[in-house]
Design a binder for this molecule. Structure first.
Ligand code: BG6
Length: 489
């Protein structure tokens, strides 16, 4: 097992949702799996006054609610708790950071962490720039004999211009190689498996191009609505919330060329080339918004009735689009992307739809079913392959059959949560699963084209009933080319 260097994890945003639901449980699971450094401590920073005991109770509560591995409350668990500290800080009180610096130095002494730090900004995006500037101002990230890294959550800007501004400010404190821009989809087990699937199987790689693939579909469907995140969502919508980051990241992994090696920068170089080649005609983008309806047997309200949402909002909770990767490998192969909230089921799938063989021998009427490969990212991690075979018997009947490999049903296998993998990687300085600045830049270029078209031409936002698969216009996008959305479900 890799020997990890000592460090302190400094979490800004101790009381936030992300910390409670994801970071605390992930840390606990890493601890239980023996994947934290020997010399390690956590400093949670929040604006509220809290006693350390209260902070520990919150931590235990979050582990009990959300952790993959059960809290056992034994001596080892208490040793884990002892490494947790809480610090109250007003992010905008510049003087207060001097106290934080001193406290961090004390913790360094206590835990022998040598000044190595991971600053995790689990706060609202408007705080990213001010906090990093204070870190610089108070020399908490000198990067001399020790290392300091920063983890930034999404959204990284609201468009290319604001993303550039944000990046400029963060770069004043941290060098690019120390900036870890999180896209939690990259931490998902099946997403990490994509490169292996493509580049470790003779079965797939030779066919992975426009000669054999008809089109690709990526669907991220969710059952949840916007919940309490109305104000954020009004500014972002599904295009910025899901397409700019998670969907384009997956698309780039599916479409990239084989990297020269498995080094972080080699992989990122190939991903960025895909993003640079990506084209979309705004005519091929459909936006939708959920109306009232029934999801999982429960009546739910329309987006416009959600808390702190404009009752006349045009903001999209659903996007479907057709894009093309204009390069030699993919020219002429549409990539259909679809994501929405309040859909009937939560799942994320990638469908590779192969071309049909000529109907010369079988099915002269062109009814031979094409091969289909479905990569299921969640809730089950698996791979499904549909191919043709003869039905047993004397008649020459060809039927589609399938091979289904399900990761999550391997006995005793319990996939780590995305945040476990991502936190582990930041601590060991491995940044492949994080997005480099130019990836962010090209993703925004792509999304900005669509957003600009929406601003200028104001195309309709189609209302779809909650609990449905989105507006029928999204189906039409495929039907125009005699295709349809597919799912393993
Ligand atoms: C987040 C979005 O990045 O991803 C949310 O902001 C969305 O709106 C979430 O619900 C989906 O993530 P997952 O892992 O639940 O598919």
């Amino acid at each position: 097992m890799e020997q990890l260097q000592p460090c302190i994890l400094v979490i800004f945003g101790a009381t936030g949702d992300l910390t409670r639901r994801k970071l605390y449980p992930a840390l606990y699971n890493l601890y239980r799996d023996n994947l934290l450094p020997q010399d390690f401590a956590v400093l949670s920073i929040g604006r509220r006054e809290k006693r350390e005991q209260q902070a520990h109770e919150d931590l235990i509560d979050s582990i009990k609610r959300y952790s993959r591995i059960e809290f056992t409350d034994n001596q080892a668990d208490h040793q884990f708790l002892e490494r947790f500290h809480y610090y109250q800080l007003d992010f905008y009180d510049s003087h207060a950071y001097a106290g934080l610096k001193t406290y961090l130095e004390e913790l360094d002494q206590k835990y022998h962490t040598l000044g190595n730090r991971v600053f995790f900004l689990a706060v609202a995006p408007e705080h990213f720039a001010p906090i990093t500037l204070e870190i610089k101002q108070h020399q908490m990230a000198p990067n001399l004999d020790s290392w300091q890294r920063v983890v930034i959550e999404k959204p990284f800007g609201r468009d290319l211009t604001s993303a550039r501004q944000l990046n400029k400010v963060i770069r004043q404190t941290f060098a690019e190689q120390n900036i870890y821009r999180i896209d939690h989809y990259l931490g998902k087990e099946m997403v990490q498996n994509l490169m292996v699937l493509r580049f470790a199987n003779t079965l797939f790689e030779p066919l992975w191009n426009n000669k054999y693939i008809d089109h690709v579909q990526i669907t991220f469907a969710e059952t949840v609505g916007v919940g309490t995140r109305g104000p954020y969502y009004e500014q972002s919508g599904a295009l910025r919330d899901m397409v700019q980051n998670h969907m384009l990241q997956l698309l780039s992994l599916i479409a990239m060329e084989p990297p020269v090696d498995l080094e972080t920068e080699s992989i990122r170089d190939e991903k960025v080339k895909v993003l640079r080649s990506l084209k979309v005609d705004p005519e091929n983008v459909i936006r939708g918004q959920y109306g009232p309806g029934v999801v999982n047997g429960e009546q739910v309200v329309a987006y416009r009735q959600e808390v702190r949402v404009n009752p006349n909002s045009q903001v999209e909770t659903f996007v479907a689009l057709k894009a093309e990767v204009e390069n030699f490998r993919w020219a002429g192969v549409p990539f259909y992307l679809r994501t929405g909230k309040r859909m009937p089921e939560k799942y994320s799938e990638i469908v590779i739809h192969f071309k049909k063989l000529p109907g010369v021998l079988y099915f002269k009427d062109n009814k031979l079913e094409p091969n289909i490969l479905i990569i299921s990212v969640q809730p089950d991690e698996g791979i499904f392959l549909r191919f043709n075979a003869k039905r047993p018997g004397t008649e020459q009947t060809i039927v589609p059959v399938s091979m289904d490999f399900c990761h999550s049903s391997i006995e005793g296998f319990n996939s780590p949560e995305a945040y476990e993998r991502l936190l582990y990687d930041v601590i060991r300085g491995e940044s492949t699963l994080f997005t480099r600045w130019d990836e962010v830049e090209y993703s925004w270029r792509f999304v900005d084209q669509i957003a600009k078209d929406w601003d200028v031409n104001n195309p309709p936002t189609y209302i779809y009933p909650a609990g449905s698969n989105g507006p029928s216009e999204a189906d039409f996008l495929l039907r125009m080319a005699s295709r349809e959305w597919l799912s393993r479900r």
